[in-house]
Design a binder for this molecule. Structure first.
Ligand code: FAD
Length: 314
């Protein structure tokens, strides 16, 4: 009698089928800028947009879903993120130039890659993306911007995979943009953006990008573990100036610190937890309120749940 061939070990049962990879209890701190926080219950890397759409459509309706880019605007709380976190792989990072001074960018493409492609094609107006160290998906969601321009000025339409698993093209107006805010619903994933630029010369665009890079280098802690601007600028004021005036420059809580270089940036000096960073942010908010009567609004997205108190299990 012939013996049956040994079976390959079964893949861990996921919340829904996915052709890309699906990992249970996956670390997010490995790539999130702050390098802190707990794991994702599930981390999904879809192969392509059809794979993502099929996966989301088959998920139980009560399963929470969120996309992440490179975590340059995120605090992931120490207890981790329940449900499914979607991370788009490199296959979603292509950038192509289209007629009419337009660029089509996959949501996983980095801002600098898109700005550089625009420069090489003589397309002006996207230079500010040089200074935003996140993905185009994150910038579409956050209405990322700098130097008086933001995504609302560029975006013609975004391709979105809805939480229900439909692939849709949304004109920019549907994103309801305001300062660092979009109306993208929870669980929806941006997979592509069509951007409109203007005519420019390669030399002038390159010079502007170099100016932005030098200005950033001089004013921001670019090589630190940080999450970018912590608070939105309140109408008519600069968050950093309010924080400075309230005496918070350099303020510490454990290994979390308000940056000396740019005091709207929080830093993980090495051993901070997400709870330390968030508590420091709340302390800054309290001091600014007491000093200037202004309530700062978080720009950094805080996701997941706090770690259970010691001795307690979840
Ligand atoms: C040194 C530094 C400088 C910065 N300077 C600026 C600046 O000048 N201007 C500015 O606007 N920001 C700035 N930021 C913040 C940050 O880079 C931007 O907000 C960026 O757009 C976030 O992109 P990300 O891919 O890292 O998104 P993440 O931080 O991973 O996520 C941010 C939000 O976007 C959502 N998201 C991410 N990808 C997708 C997707 N594909 N579909 C749907 N939702 C998605 C997430 O769910 C989350 O809500 C800076 C950050 C740092 C660290």
């Amino acid at each position: 009698m012939s013996q049956a061939a040994p079976r390959a070990p079964a893949a861990p049962a996921g919340p829904a089928p996915l052709a890309g990879s699906l990992e249970a209890g996956a670390a997010l701190a490995d790539f999130i800028w702050f390098r802190t926080g707990g794991p994702a219950e599930w981390l999904a890397r879809p192969r392509d947009r059809a794979d993502l759409a099929g996966f989301l459509g088959a998920l139980p309706a009560d399963m929470p879903v969120m996309a992440v880019g490179v975590g340059s605007n995120l605090i992931v709380r120490d207890g981790g993120v329940p449900g499914v976190v979607i991370r788009l792989p490199k296959s979603f990072a292509t950038v192509t130039v289209e007629p009419g001074l337009r660029l089509r960018a996959g949501a996983a493409a980095m801002g600098i890659t898109v700005a550089s492609a625009a420069r090489d094609a003589g397309i002006a107006g996207l230079e500010f993306l040089r200074g935003i160290p996140g993905t185009i998906g994150g910038a579409v969601r956050m209405n990322g911007g700098a130097y008086g321009r933001d995504m609302a000025d560029l975006l013609i339409e975004a391709t979105v995979v809805t939480r229900a698993g439909a692939i849709e093209t949304w004109p920019a107006a549907r994103l309801g943009y305001s300062y660092r805010h979009s109306a993208l619903p929870e669980g929806a994933v941006v997979v592509e953006a069509l951007l409109q630029g203007g005519a420019g010369t390669v030399a002038a665009i390159a010079a502007e990008m170099d100016r932005i890079a030098a200005e950033r280098e001089a004013s921001q802690p670019l090589r630190a573990r940080t999450g970018g601007s912590t608070f939105k600028n309140p109408p008519g004021a600069k968050a950093w100036a309010l924080i400075d005036a309230a005496g918070c420059r350099g303020l510490r809580r454990g290994d979390a610190q308000v940056s000396e270089k740019h005091c709207n940036f929080l830093l993980n000096l090495g051993g901070a937890s997400s709870a330390d960073i968030e508590a420091l942010g709340e302390e800054v908010r309290g001091r600014v309120l007491a000093h200037a009567g202004v309530t700062l609004e978080w720009e950094i997205q805080r996701i997941g749940r706090a770690a259970a108190p010691e001795g307690e299990t979840r």
